[in-house]
Design a protein around this ligand. Structure first.
Ligand code: FAD
Length: 1106
């Protein structure tokens, strides 16, 4: 019987609502050929011809996924045009479509840029380059397996090395693409063959085998399908899977046409109802299964009430379970069909001769080591290490393409562990089962005209068993049938004897064909799949399980630390569970790897230090003033506690080495005060007996400086951080290292573990507050506890502040009423008021710095309607302002702020150039870094920022890392995903800068321009960005928020309190934000002895500075 032809209903395979429009690759070729023709033809084109051609090219580009008059998000991110939405964008689209159509007209050739230059005017040279490069490096042109590509693949890999784990479609696609980009590639594959879940079983005679698919088989939708391109490159014909899919009941009789179409109609209506219901349920639908909702609606609407209808209905449920490789009770009611909008249009096809032909072509020339099951993947700043058995492979980067089932089983150990966010997504997503029985018969007894037929089952629980048969005789070269087993039946199938399964499937076939007088012969060969117990797969393909969503696919695709990348069918939100999805994910990651490699090339990374905390010199310093010294033993303890259980350090100097300090042996141990007292009690005894007490009686182990710092580094810092300020000051003059460490002490002599928390100052409620931000709790199992402690500075509680700047342990506060400036040294408790020459204005920007004689100065920049109109400088020693006569050809646009480092202030600056005349004027802008040198009282040259900023709208913020590095945060406004990126300087002075990448994350929103202060914790590998929460529409209430963003994908927003409404809001969204006090946090604070008294005699500062 014919499949019901109700409009919009499902063909009986794969997803419902597959387009019924017929697509013919050859017809497409003809269309392209006719429209584009050769170059000679183009010479004689009329204007109408050109318009028509542009239209056709747009349609071709549309069919491969490019919107008609918009850019793809990736194109915007790649900065293909300088200005969005204008004429240049339109021109770009025309050029891009032309290139796409040109290549699609002959996917066998490697399209060169020069060929495009022949047909596009040289006026558009920059667009040709932008479009061609984008298309090439993102896998839209020149991808695949054409033998004509060989001359364009570099012989030597010079771009870096990549290990690809898995030679499935994703791994092979990526490997080929990476080779063509010039990488050294090695694929490690656990099986003894390529293809992974695409596996063509060669059945029958070796020489005249029949090709039957045990894994991925149908190319689902040919439009824009890269597998269609591969087939054309290899000249492999495709066979359209015909819609005719008769259904047989459990007795073998053809199902009644009317009942069939009624139930199918009812089934599709119920699916539509599910969509309505989940919209009504909003978030609640995430927690329930599609199965639950469907069954409730079935009962409610009285669909499939009698047992025959019920069996038919079950068949459709089984079909759904097949499409999703998951039991309906597991599929998310809210998101099970989230990928529907991206479904490839066009026919579903089989590849003549089997998919192995594609796989073989893809694997050819790719270096693959088979039988190499990867056990461990280690990744870090220095590169990656992959362990398989006793072998170790090293590379710059790794692409992991193993199936989700393998990730779920945690069969591969990742070191460090995968980010929790990724692991959680792996756990949430579903990975289900579909099994097959492939049978080779001596003859085609089912009739030539069929590609599929379905069978109903007696019981619901068994609905998925052999519910659908694929006939492969048209493409496999012989009489082969494949029976599908889906849903719960697929689970039971895994542990049932093949002979039992064969018996059941033959019974079914004989039940159908026997009554028709057709003899079902005994099979020649049978194969049963076991995808669920396959240790290199652990299932068939992914689905959106209850509690999960499409976002989890995106999270799976995220790379980690720019070293570890992921591809595979479960990493694509648009095309999961498909062969083409896997292939496209491989192309995607190859582009991503190229992008990162380019970045590393221009921003080489410094090797990371093993232990970045206290160093050995600090130990030396610590023992300069021991708490107890007895013979060769000396002890230091936490000075703030007498608790006998509190820990300290003991150092033993060994006699023979003592006289030669360069060759002296010193060993250390950690012990408690009471243990130290025990040793001290032996005061009169020899060093030997003290040592014996330490090692034998107390059982302590002596270790070298490195080991004690590794095990007791925290303790050392703890002790240092608790040394009272007064003692520190005394020590400071004699000991440079100690000085640098003690600088981390903040006023108030609080017990603080200096290295473990950020300490600085911020604005809150227009008052100056100290802020300590303890990040120790992040990534803890018990709830990611972070502890920001914000306290108003009591001695300034009368002062309302609108802005605050920091330099050298001094804070420059701008008063809310702009009447005066206040400089405050928190360490010495001194303040100094600074009066304006005339007036201060609300738009003024300030910077605090000092010259080479440590004279402190303030730079004031004043504006007229957002344009810099002048500069003046205040000198602390003369207590006066003077004009600064500089006329830079760049701007420091408010609200951008400078930060001071080593006495000078660095600003994000913008240079604008105007090209053209009259209405055709184009303003081009570019961002730079510029330093104000307080010694020369001049700005330095424009320095590069670590990102491309030409005509890009972006936010740039600066911050200091300790007191020797600068960090930059930047966010483009035209990437709608809110990608935020941080870099830290490698080298910085007023005339030169070089940058290192720190972290990048998609956070999904843009930081508010007036806020945006941040700090970086290099040890924890996080950045903390202070922002104003504006998500709630009500303007009565805003929250100051700290977003903690980690290199490993960690993200957490911490509410740090309600923002004060300054009463300036007008209702315009931007002013709503500006109307609240934003949390401006100064870079990490270091105490200072700078005296603020007026006319302070020179030379008072006798401390040593690093
Ligand atoms: C029964 C079945 C039917 C399907 N039907 C269709 C269909 O009709 N149409 C369609 O489009 N899609 C179908 N699919 C889905 C499609 O086959 C997959 O989505 C696609 O092949 C996945 O490719 P991949 O590269 O992501 O993963 P895989 O092909 O699984 O590749 C991953 C590779 O990693 C290897 N590996 C795993 N662990 C390790 C390790 N530790 N070390 C080294 N190597 C390892 C594996 O051996 C494998 O080769 C079907 C899948 C199955 C199982």
């Amino acid at each position: 019987m014919d499949a019901p032809a109700l409009d919009g209903t499902a063909p009986r395979r794969n997803r419902r609502k597959v387009s019924r429009k017929n697509y013919d690759e050859n017809a497409m070729d003809e269309l392209i050929e006719k429209q584009l023709g050769g170059n000679s033809k183009k010479k004689y084109r009329t204007k109408q011809d050109l318009e028509k051609e542009t239209e056709t090219e747009a349609l071709i580009a549309l069919s491969v996924g490019f919107p008609i008059d918009e850019l793809l998000e990736e194109e915007i991110r790649a900065g293909v045009v300088r200005e969005l939405g204008g004429k240049e964008q339109n021109d770009y689209i025309v050029v891009r479509n032309h290139i796409v159509a040109r290549w699609r007209s002959n996917v066998g050739i490697w399209l060169l840029k020069d060929q495009i230059r022949e047909t596009v005017s040289s006026d558009f040279e920059h667009l040709i380059s932008a479009a061609y490069d984008f298309l090439l490096f993102n896998g839209y042109i020149n991808f695949g397996v054409s033998p004509l590509f060989a001359p364009y693949i570099p012989e030597e890999g010079t771009e870096g090395s990549v290990i690809v784990v898995g030679a499935g479609l994703a791994g092979l696609a990526a490997a080929r693409q990476l080779l063509s980009f010039g990488f050294k590639v090695l694929v490690l594959e656990g099986r003894s063959r390529p293809g992974g879940r695409v596996y063509t079983q060669k059945m029958g005679d070796k020489d005249r085998f029949k090709a039957v698919e045990l894994g991925g088989s149908v190319i689902t939708g040919l439009h824009a399908n890269p597998l269609g391109v591969l087939a054309r490159q290899l000249s492999i014909p495709l066979h359209k899977v015909r819609d005719n899919c008769p259904l047989y009941n459990s007795e073998g009789a053809l199902v009644d046409k009317v009942a069939d179409s009624n139930v199918e109609f009812g089934f599709n209506k119920l699916l539509d109802k599910v969509t309505e219901v989940r919209e009504m349920m909003e978030g609640a639908a995430k927690k329930i299964s599609l199965g639950e909702v469907l069954e409730t609606l079935r009962v409610l609407y009285g669909v499939a009430k009698d047992s025959e209808e019920r069996k038919l209905f079950d068949w459709h449920l089984a079909n759904l379970e097949y499409a999703n490789a998951g039991c309906l009770s597991n599929l998310s009611a809210a998101y099970w069909d989230q990928d529907d909008p991206y479904e490839m249009g066009g026919d579903h096809c089989f590849l003549a001769g089997g998919n192995w032909r594609l796989i073989n072509a893809l694997a050819e020339g790719v270096p693959i080591i088979y039988g190499k099951s990867v056990d461990t993947i280690k990744y870090g700043d220095g590169g990656v290490e992959v362990i398989s058995g006793s072998q170790i492979f090293q590379a710059d980067m790794i692409l992991c393409t193993v199936p989700l089932g393998v990730l779920k089983k945690r069969s591969i150990k990742f070191e460090p562990e995968l980010p929790r966010r990724k692991q959680a997504a792996i756990d949430r997503l579903g990975f289900g089962l579909l099994n097959k029985v492939a049978i080779l018969f001596p003859s085609v007894f089912w009739g030539d005209e069929l590609d599929t037929f379905g069978c109903l089952n007696e019981s619901s629980i068994n609905r998925g068993e052999f519910f659908l048969f694929y006939a492969y005789h048209t493409v496999s070269g012989g009489p082969a049938l494949v029976a599908l087993v889906a849903g719960e039946a697929a689970q039971r199938f895994e542990c049932t004897e093949p002979s039992v399964l064969l018996h059941r499937v033959l019974k079914k076939l004989r039940g159908i064909y026997g009554p028709k007088g057709v003899v079902v012969p005994d099979p020649i060969q049978t194969v049963c799949t076991r995808w669920g117990s396959d240790p290199l797969s652990y299932g068939s393909y992914s689905h959106v399980r209850v509690g999960s969503s499409g976002v989890d696919y995106d999270i799976l695709a995220e790379s980690v630390c720019n070293r570890l990348f992921f591809a595979g069918e479960a990493t694509t939100r648009q095309h999961p569970a498909t062969m083409h999805g896997a292939y496209l994910s491989g192309l995607r990651e190859a582009s991503q790897i190229l992008h990162v490699a380019n970045y590393f090339r221009t921003n080489p990374k410094k090797p990371v230090q093993r232990y970045s905390g206290v160093n050995m010199n600090v130990l030396e310093d610590l023992f300069k003033r021991p708490d107890i010294a007895t013979g060769k033993l000396s002890f230091v303890f936490n000075p703030l506690t007498e608790d006998p259980k509190s820990f300290g350090l003991v150092r033993v100097c060994f006699d023979n080495f003592e006289d030669d300090p360069t060759n002296r042996l010193q060993l250390y141990s950690i012990l408690s005060r009471e243990q130290a007292n025990k040793i001290q009690e032996l005061d009169e005894s020899s060093n030997e007996s003290k040592l014996s007490c330490l090692m034998n009686t107390l059982g302590l182990k002596l270790m070298g400086a490195n080991s004690v710092l590794d095990t007791g580094g925290d303790l050392v810092e703890e002790i240092l951080s608790r040394v009272p300020m007064t003692s520190l000051r005394a020590i400071r003059s004699t000991c440079k290292k100690w000085n640098s460490l003690s600088k981390n002490q903040i006023f108030g002599r609080k017990a603080t573990a200096a290295r473990k928390q950020f300490m600085g100052f911020m604005m809150k409620d227009s008052r100056l507050c100290s802020i300590e931000f303890d990040l120790q709790g992040i990534r803890n199992e018990d709830g990611n506890f972070v502890d920001p402690s914000i306290k108003q500075v009591s001695i300034l509680n009368q002062v309302e502040v609108s802005n605050v700047f920091h330099c050298d342990g001094l804070l420059l506060c701008v008063l809310e009423d702009n009447s005066r400036l206040l400089v405050w040294n928190p360490y010495l408790g001194q303040t100094r008021w600074i009066q304006p020459r005339n007036t201060f204005l609300s738009h003024d920007r300030y910077a605090l710095g000092y010259d080479k004689n440590r004279n402190h100065k303030i730079l004031r920049i004043f504006y007229v309607i957002d344009r810099v109109s002048g500069f003046e400088i205040y000198d602390f020693s003369s207590n006066s302002w003077k004009d600064l006569h500089v006329t830079p050809d760049w701007e420091i646009m408010p609200p951008r702020r400078g930060v001071s480092l080593k006495g000078n202030t660095y600003f994000p600056a913008q240079k604008r150039t105007i090209a053209g005349v009259g209405t055709r004027r184009i303003i081009k802008s570019e961002d730079f870094l510029v330093c104000f040198d307080f010694t020369r009282e001049r700005f330095g040259p424009l320095l590069p920022l670590p990102f491309h900023s030409y005509n890009v709208r972006l936010f740039v913020y600066l911050s200091c890392v300790r007191d020797d590095q600068l960090a930059v945060l930047y966010q483009r406004l035209d990437t709608y995903d809110g990608t935020i990126e941080f870099c830290v300087t490698d080298k910085i002075d007023p005339n030169a800068v070089s940058w290192n990448f720190f972290l990048k994350q998609v956070i999904g929103f843009t930081v508010k321009p007036c806020a945006g202060s941040f700090f970086i914790d290099q040890e924890k590998k996080v950045a903390v960005v202070f922002d104003l929460d504006v998500y709630k529409k009500v303007k009565q209430c805003r929250y100051q928020t700290a977003h903690i963003i980690g290199q490993d994908g960690y993200f957490k927003s911490v509410n740090i309190g309600q923002a004060r409404d300054l009463g300036r809001t007008t209702g315009v969204p931007s002013s709503v934000v500006k109307g609240f006090c934003f949390p401006l946090v100064c870079s990490s604070y270091v105490p200072s002895l700078v005296q603020l008294q007026i006319n302070q005699p020179q030379g008072i500062r006798n401390e040593s500075h690093d």
